[in-house]
Design a protein. Sequence first.
Length: 431
Amino acid sequence: MTESLLAAARRAPRETWVVVGAVSASQYLNHAYLVLFPPILSVLSGEFTVGLAALGVALGVQGATNTAFQLPFGHLADRYDRTIALGLSSVLGALGVLLAAAAPTFEWLLVAQAVIGVGVAGHHPAHYPLISDSTPETLMGRAYSLYGFGGSVGFATPPVLIAGVVSAGYSWRVGVGLIGAVGLAYAVAVTWLFAARVDDAVTAPNRSRDRGDADGSGRDADDAERSRTRGTWVERTRAYLRELAAAPGILALALLALVSSTAGWGFTSYVVVFLEDGYGLSLSRANLALTGSYLVGALAVFVGGDLSDRISAGPVMVASFAAVGALVGLLALGVVGPLAAIGLVLLVGGARSIAGPARSKLTDAFAPDGTTGTSFAITTIGVMLGNAVAPPAFGYLIETAGRRAAFLAVAGVSLLAVLLTVGLIARFGDA
């Protein structure tokens, strides 16, 4: 696999790696923004004198605004300018983090979380079209794997960085502020890079590759479509809904993303509690196991990208979801010792990451011409809804039926994703 990746790097155009590297770094920061507060919820609870339930609402505010702004950013990337979508998203996300670091009250923290959510909402709709239009088809899976690597390391950073800052005697605000400052500096740099150094063929809105001029007068089909959709808000909304209805494969992928994300976030949200209570691990060791799962996932995503290019996306996704279901089920049954349980958590992190590049390839393949940003926004909505559904649903199961039952349910949801993937590939084909 390493030789394959090196060979791919040697034959890739220079602009491909400039674009993929830049958006992968942006993905790293955006994923770090998503998990700023879970490592320090107890600290925030004491400082703002609120309970964990209220802090859960704060996390939910971020998820809600993230979901709500996916399609507007997708429309911006597809119809106007990807550089603007990327720059606006990057700046807003970083400003939201800095607002959170300076928050004097819980209400201020809620506003900051909302701003972070709006900013993070734009990264997938802007990133994926940039990767798609700058990368040769034969290297697409590997490009998405590098992008996924950036996101996985981003998830793993805040638990280590912010917890380390707090344990060293500094305020949590120092750690959060540092991430925000780096993010703002990078937002300015990456916006300049795409505006000044990346070809317009990559940063311009999606355009039809095969229809040419709409009317023979020099205007292409995208310009004609933009003219048709100008008018009242109702007319634009109707046109947009017709566009979505014409992409049943994307809608099916969004449903699959919702199911697989529900399993993934259910595991992530409660695995530390499960390791503590079910296997007698200390809090620090349980947290290290979770961080380790992200790091293993950061490496495994390259395996997923390589397999997606050399085999195809469908079998990779089936294998990933089936492995997660089996591993989580084994963990739930409690038939292994504490050390083996940590190993299972690490394996789950690797198994679930393998599916990421494959899903990205399918989204790119199923996207109707001129709607790449919007299509990735739709599948991201599925992911974010899973993030919103999983914590309360599995938390309720833990309280009413116990931790083992909740984790068996996580395994069951992952196996449901296997069935959905098989049906999706049978209906819409593979990539």
